[in-house]
Design a protein around this ligand. Structure first.
Ligand SMILES: Cc1cc2nc3c(=O)[nH]c(=O)nc-3n(C[C@H](O)[C@H](O)[C@H](O)COP(=O)(O)OP(=O)(O)OC[C@H]3O[C@@H](n4cnc5c(N)ncnc54)[C@H](O)[C@@H]3O)c2cc1C
Length: 317
């Protein structure tokens, strides 16, 4: 079996940044960028403009940013494998990391597999329809875009992040509607109160968006009231899914401690997981910030921690 100082699993901003730092520290990292698990490059491959990543005053497209990161990782000697990791064994050291084709004995592992923003299958809201043409899953990322300004915006969800996103969007939309299929929000009392009292935020109870329509971008939504079955059409400038995220941790199969939502648990202020020499960075361990820059920052932390830990144990040069 092939040996590696460091195997990085995942290819978003966190994984590529970890690779850049690890490669420059002569760790000769192997990076599994995924294949069936999602587009190599991660969540930013599904978006258009990224306007909040420092260093690009005019903005940059998500795919271009990720191609730059990938090329930077390659430039310093990262070996990138276009396949998914299907299995890991952390109960022995060196660890075993199994891809669909390649298998490694790894002295250390960085997990950067991200979290997938959940989406609902609403006609008009899918790829090739109005996804990224007014339909998105990240208010903080996209809310300030011109297409959403002074337009009625619709947020789907009922938990804390839905309320948080809806409240955030009141800065940009003419009015924000939180569409919730029940008659009660799951969000904490304080968040609910803030939302319900906000003059630019209205909750549409017991209702679901059943279709999203437009021309080049979203222009309207149809909403069904689940109690009366009445369907109404509303002008809309944007639709934001806020129905949670699914961290990509299924392949770990109990090898690391996860929290109750299946995010990897790390020691506060570090990327250290419940297993020595296994680190986690980016959205797979972060349900608070979920931004490219924080993912990249924690990728840097994970690589530095791995390098120091390996050196301290005399495992690498
Ligand atoms: C629509 C949208 C727009 C966004 N816009 C912005 C923005 O403008 N600015 C901003 O800062 N943030 C934005 N974000 C958030 C940002 O994309 C994420 O915070 C960031 O991508 C997280 O990076 P990550 O490296 O942790 O994981 P991800 O980007 O999720 O990448 C994880 C990678 O790991 C791969 N992977 C998963 N499982 C495996 C496996 N078993 N084996 C191998 N590989 C695997 C996946 O395929 C994926 O390529 C946006 C998110 C979305 C959904």
């Amino acid at each position: 079996m092939k040996k590696a100082n460091l195997v990085i699993i995942g290819s978003g901003p966190a994984g590529y940044t970890a690779a850049i730092y690890a490669a420059r520290a002569n760790l000769e990292p192997i990076l599994f960028e995924g294949f069936f698990s999602g587009p190599a490059g991660g969540q930013l491959m599904t978006t258009t403009e990224v306007e909040n990543y420092p260093g690009f005053p005019e903005g940059i497209t998500g795919p271009q940013l990720m191609e730059n990161c990938r090329n930077q990782a390659l430039r310093f000697g990262t070996q990138i494998l276009t396949e998914d990791v299907v299995d890991v064994e952390f109960s022995q050291h060196p660890f075993i990391v199994r891809g669909r084709e390649n298998e490694f004995q790894a002295a250390s592992v960085i997990i950067a597999t991200g979290a997938t923003a959940n989406r609902l299958n609403i006609p008009g809201g899918n790829d090739g329809e109005f996804w990224q043409k007014g339909v998105t899953a990240c208010a903080v990322c996209d809310g300030a875009m011109p297409i959403f300004r002074n337009r009625p915006l619709f947020v789907i969800g009922g938990g804390d992040s839905a309320v948080e996103e809806a409240t955030f969007l009141t800065k940009f939309g003419s009015m924000v509607y939180l569409v919730h299929r029940r008659d009660k929000l799951r969000a904490s009392k304080i968040m609910q109160q803030r939302a319900l009292e906000h003059p630019k935020l209205k909750v549409i109870w017991n209702s679901e968006i059943i279709s999203i329509e437009g021309d080049k971008v979203v222009q309207s939504v149809q909403i069904r009231n689940n109690l009366t079955q009445q369907i109404t059409t509303h002008e809309a400038g944007g639709v934001f899914f806020a129905v949670g995220h699914t961290p990509n941790t299924a392949f770990l199969k109990g090898q690391l401690e996860l929290d109750d939502k299946a995010y990897i648990k790390v020691q506060p202020g570090t990327c250290r997981t419940s297993k020595d020499l296994v680190f986690a960075c980016g959205d797979v361990q972060d349900h608070v910030y979920r931004q490219a820059i924080t993912a990249a920052g924690s990728g840097c932390m994970a690589a530095i921690e791995a390098e120091r830990e390996l050196s301290a144990r005399g495992i690498t040069a």
